[in-house]
Design a protein around this ligand. Structure first.
Ligand code: APR
Length: 228
């Protein structure tokens, strides 16, 4: 089976009711990112950071996968699919995708603030005073702005090995995730699905499908049939 590697971002979950960051005037659910999604914010006001992610976790629990998530999951019948997502939601998994790599962490996990290897599942809230096995405070298992993205080391070889590369619903402005596009082999077929396709003129052999993800993924699935 051909290796199909798909990079996704907030746009794929937009039609499930989860707001994208850059479509909402630089505020994220009414918060300034510097106040809720940086290590400095965590130092300054951990309570606010926890409230923000506890709130987002509830939103994700209420959301359901949409036709775009399901469409990508079904591609596993015909392709060896790996999804590399910048999203912290679990909608790809709930739609049935089996190989999902989360570059920016997962909303249903938490970890010790002192040891990034001490990770736990979570469904409820994280509270100040909740401790990991090492007695350090628990924090969301999320990669904040200004933090390293350890999963990029895993993602790069996957993209290098792709036979077909697809991008869905990302503005391609946040690095290192956005840089993955440049690791896709030069000659392979590439597709981008986005309501408003970002500037990607330097990418060779790229077809743009400028539609909302639910419609655009349906088109993509049709186009991929010619590669079977
Ligand atoms: N269908 C398809 N694309 C959409 C839709 C939709 N219904 N709605 C929005 N989009 C597109 C926008 O046009 C934009 O290109 O999705 C993209 C969303 O961009 P961002 O909000 O910047 O999201 P993303 O690229 O995932 O952000 C990267 O930055 O916010 C941080 O860490 C967070 O992982 C996130 C990272």
């Amino acid at each position: 089976m051909k290796k199909l590697v798909i990079l996704t971002g907030a746009g794929i979950s937009a039609e499930s009711g989860l707001k994208t960051f850059r479509d909402s005037d630089g505020l994220w659910e009414g918060y300034d990112i510097e106040d809720v999604a940086t290590p400095m914010a965590w130092k300054r006001n951990p309570q606010l950071v926890l409230e923000f992610y506890n709130y987002r976790r509830k939103n994700v629990l209420d959301a359901k996968p949409n036709a775009a998530h399901y469409g990508l999951a079904k591609l596993e019948k015909d392709f060896d699919v790996t999804i590399i997502t910048q999203n912290i939601d679990d909608l790809h998994e709930r739609a049935g995708s089996t190989k999902v790599l989360h570059l920016h962490g997962e909303i249903f996990k938490m970890r010790s603030e002192a040891n990034e290897g001490l990770i736990y599942e979570i469904n409820g809230d994280i509270k100040l005073g909740d401790k990991a096995a090492d007695e350090a405070q628990l924090r969301p298992h999320i990669v904040w702005f200004h933090e390293a993205v350890p999963m990029i080391e895993v993602a790069v070889p996957i993209v290098i090995s792709a036979d077909i590369f697809v991008v869905v619903g990302t503005s391609l402005v946040v690095y290192p995730a956005a840089g993955l596009v440049n690791y896709a082999p030069h000659e392979i077929p590439k597709f981008i699905v986005d309501k408003k396709v970002p500037y990607t003129s330097s990418v060779y052999n790229l077809r743009a499908i400028e539609k909302p993800a639910t419609e655009g993924v349906a088109d993509l699935v049709e186009m991929l049939k010619s590669f079977l």
